[in-house]
Each structure stands twice: as C-alpha cells, then as structure tokens.
Design a protein. Structure first.
Length: 301
C-alpha cells in the first residue's frame, strides 16, 4: 500500500515508533528512522536505537536510513526532513511520534519539566511538520500522522505537561488539515493504548494503578501500526482532520468539541441569572472529572 512512498517516523528507535517504521517498510515505503536515543525523561543520546531499527528493515529487504537529531530544535528538524530528501529524493509521510515524559503533579511541576515535554511533543511536531510542508505543498500530496493521547483528550493525574501537549496536537493537526487541504495534504491523530517504555514509567503504587498497568501490559504496540500504515496510504486520501484511538483489536473514532446545549435570555445575562438559570439548565450536561481509565473502563478486546 505504500510502494514508492518515503516515510519519516520520529521516535522510531523503540516502542510504537519502531512498529510504525517496520510496518511502513513492510508495506513498501522507504523509511527515515529518526530517534535521539534518550531515556524516557529525555536524558542522554545515542544513535544505536535508530540504527538497530534501520538494520531490521534492511534485513527484511526494505530500505531505511537513520537520523539521530532532536525534533525539539528548529534547525535540527529542518535537517531531519532534509535527510529524507537526501537519502530517498522525496518525502510523503511524517509521523510525529517522538516523545518524553516528566510526570509530576501540577502543583509540584517545575518550569523545566513543563518546557521539556512541550518542546518535544508539541514544538517538535510543529517543527518537523513545518519543515516538510513546502515539499508537500510543491508536490500537492502528503500525509501527517500525529500521536495524541487520552491523557489530553480525557484526562489523567500528574501529567499536566503531557496532557496539554497532546491536546494541543489535536488543534495543530486540525489546522494543518484545513490549511493544506487544497494541496491534497492530510493530517490525522492517533491516540494509542499499548504497553511501551513510556507507559512503563506510569506510577503503579495503588491497587487501582496496578490493575490499570496490568491491563496495559496485554496491549501490544504492533496493534497500532496497521492504522498508521493505512492513513499513510492512498486508500486514506479522503481521511483528514480526524482523531482515532487504537486499543488492542479496537479502533475508535474520537469525538471533537461541538456545542452540547445552549441557553439564551432576552436582554442578556447577569452573574445572578447565570447562577439561577443558565447553570442549572446546563449542569446535566457537564462532564465528570474523569481520567482515561474511567472512560475506557472495560477490558481490551
């Protein structure tokens, strides 16, 4: 399904990114494997993880090249995209998968912990996407796949930085889809449920947390890859601006913000009439203060 296409997958040295790179190569794409080779917290650097994945692709008969620069730097993002062009002559798919975690409750979160996560997930996705945009525009084709999370779409404890970045990515993806539609460029989001190195860092101190982690351990990262390969293909040429979730054998189409209910009052509102009229009328439609595991409460299929 991806014969003749060139895919750039960031954070492809392990976990979900590795499976994306392998799946796209198996579908016929030439793959630029990008990974800085850091810890889950973004510490250190090594070219070994990206090189290992590229070697796997080549051993299976595919074509792959390696880049080990950081998506969180504007100039480096330009070089990452240029590497795909230098190695393969074009670029057709950008998968913004690179990420780190610096989990901490909001009231204890430092500025550095906030910025580090925003820089990789949100700024990095913008930088790499923007670097590829002129090439997509010129060839009047292209596909972006951004990794969001139910931590942002629904909510989670101790992840204000990660949740904010992942929900912001939904806005970025929709803007790209709108701005580049006339150039036949698509942009979609995937919220993955799977056991990976990043998910493995989730605290599991209470029985509730331990039960959640055990469920996650049964969900393979490879289950996410077929959807990414499909979205990158011409079979998905009419699919853009959407948010999907994948959990084991389940695929979800996620909702997007739309008005639920409205109230009006001739002559306008005062704080008092809002309290006595508007809020009682709207309250039945309030969202509960839920976390991802509260919404996805059934066992994976």
């Amino acid at each position: 399904m991806l014969e003749g296409k060139v895919a750039l997958v960031t954070g492809a040295g392990g976990g979900i990114g590795r499976d994306f790179a392998l799946a796209m190569a198996a579908a016929g794409a030439k793959v630029l494997v990008n990974d800085l080779g850091t810890s889950v917290k973004g510490e250190g650097a090594s070219g070994a993880p990206a090189q290992k994945v590229a070697d796997e692709i080549r051993a299976a008969g595919g074509a792959a090249a390696v880049n080990s620069e950081s998506v969180a730097d504007w100039a480096a993002a330009q070089r990452i995209v240029q590497a795909a062009l230098d190695h393969f002559g074009r670029i057709d798919v950008v998968v913004n998968n690179a990420g780190i975690l610096r989990d901490r409750f909001f009231f204890n979160m430092s500025v550095d912990e906030w910025r580090a996560v925003i820089d990789v997930h949100l700024n990095g996705s913008f930088y790499v996407s923007r670097a590829a945009a002129p090439h997509f525009k010129a060839q009047e084709s292209g596909c972006y796949i951004h990794m969001t999370s139910t931590s942002g779409l629904v909510g989670n404890l101790g992840q204000a930085n990660y949740s904010a970045a992942k929900l912001a990515l939904v806005g970025l993806s929709k803007s790209i889809a709108l701005d580049m539609a006339k150039y036949h460029v698509r942009s979609n989001c995937i919220a993955p449920f799977a056991w990976s190195r990043m998910i493995g860092s989730i605290p599991a101190e209470t029985p509730d947390q331990q039960a959640r982690v055990e469920k996650l351990k049964g969900m393979q990262t490879a289950k996410i890859a077929p959807l990414a390969a499909y979205l990158a293909s011409e079979a998905a040429r009419e699919v853009s601006g959407q948010i999907f979730g994948v959990r084991a054998n389940e695929i979800f189409l996620m909702s997007q913000s739309r008005p639920l209910r409205s109230v009006h009052r001739e002559g306008g509102w005062s704080a008092e009439t809002i309290a006595t009229h508007a809020m009682p009328a709207l309250r039945a439609h309030f969202y509960a203060l839920e976390r991802s595991q509260d919404v996805f409460s059934w066992d994976p299929i």
